[in-house]
Each structure stands twice: as C-alpha cells, then as structure tokens.
Design a protein around this ligand. Sequence first.
Ligand code: ADP
Ligand code: MG
Length: 202
Amino acid sequence: MKNHPKYERTLVIIKPDGIQRSLIGEIFKRYEQIGLKLVGVKMMIPTAELIEQHYTLDPEWRVKTGLKTIKGYVDKGQTPPHTDPLKITGIILKNLVEYMTKGPVIAMVWQGAHAVEIVRKVTGGTEPLSSPVGTIRGDYVLDSYRMSDTDNRAVRNLVHASGSVKEAQDEIAHWFKKEEVFDYTVSAEQMLYDVNLDGILG
Ligand code: ADP
Ligand code: MG
C-alpha cells in the first residue's frame, strides 16, 4: 500500500541564512509538530554543481520562475527588470549558486500525508514579504524581490521545499543516497493514520 498518501516524501533544505539566524530548531519544530516524520537529514556545504543541478532538475524551472518573478512585480504595479523570463532566471541562478554555497546547509527528507503540499503550506511562498503570517518565510524573515534585485542577489527565504511530488522525488535522489533515507514508524502515526484508533484504551 505504498501509494497511500502517508508515504509521500519531500525535500527541505535549511539554507545558509536559516542556520546563521539560529532558526534550525524552529524550522524542524514546524514540520515535526504538524505530524510529519523526519526520514533523512544531513549537514553539508554544497558545491556549485550540486546547486546548479538541483535548480535545473526540472527543465521548466527557468521559465516558471522567470514568469513568477515578472508576476510578482506586475501584481505590485511595478516594472520587472526584464520582460524575458529566461534573462531573469539566468541572473537568479547565478545568485542562487552564490547564496547556497556560502556556508553549511541542512538537507532533510520529511514523510507523511501530502508531505509536499503540507510542507509548502507551512513554509510559505517564495517571497517573504508577501508570505502569510504563520508561515516560516512569513514569520522569520523580511526579504523581497525588490530588495534582492536592488542588491543583485538571491531572495533570502531561509528554506527550500520541493514544489511538486515529481520535483520531490528527483530532488531526494539528487541529495540523498538510498541508504541515507530510513523506513521506520513513530507511535504518533497511529493517531494520524490508524483507521479505528485502536490502542488508546487497555
Ligand atoms: P521556491 O523556493 O519557493 O520553490 P523558486 O523555485 O521559484 O522558489 O526559486 C528558487 C529560489 O530562488 C527561491 O527560493 C529564492 O531563494 C530564489 N529566487 C526565486 N525568484 C527570485 C527572484 N526573482 N529574485 C531573486 N531570487 C529569487
Ligand atoms: Mg522551487
């Protein structure tokens, strides 16, 4: 029954600013308390190749991210720096490699029902300024597209979280060896997933 939603997995990375801002515990707590299970974790200083490949695993990423950035400007009544989405992502990717290789990061695999969607919900949107209060990116950082573009750097938003189930599968395989991700159960799962709630009494 491995296609039950409770087996879904997603990749989260605490970016260098998340570690520097002393938010490691807070970030783990948010995902853990919602009921997700940590099935893989490691700290590393990523290479430029690892990061560039990570962001281009999805061949559509360049176009999608460029269009999202343009929309971010237009929604605020501002003019985007370029009208060509690929020009925008060329700059973003170069800045992302610099950002993500600046210091240690923590890569994690979280498992649980609708893990990808739940983690994105808890994490918030790409731009901290417009991320809702209550999300990690909305509560703990104040960056914006306008600030990152003015200073020609990547948006500092504390964490990476996979955007779709397919992206999660590709990203987990990119960051973790098979034997670094663990199959195990925690007792809390009984309350989350057991059909009859057996075992509370007696
Ligand atoms: P997300 O991390 O929310 O999935 P994307 O995949 O679109 O967002 O982009 C990857 C990362 O690139 C973002 O988390 C952010 O750090 C950076 N980024 C995205 N868009 C921009 C932008 N317009 N300007 C600067 N950095 C950006
Ligand atoms: Mg993304």
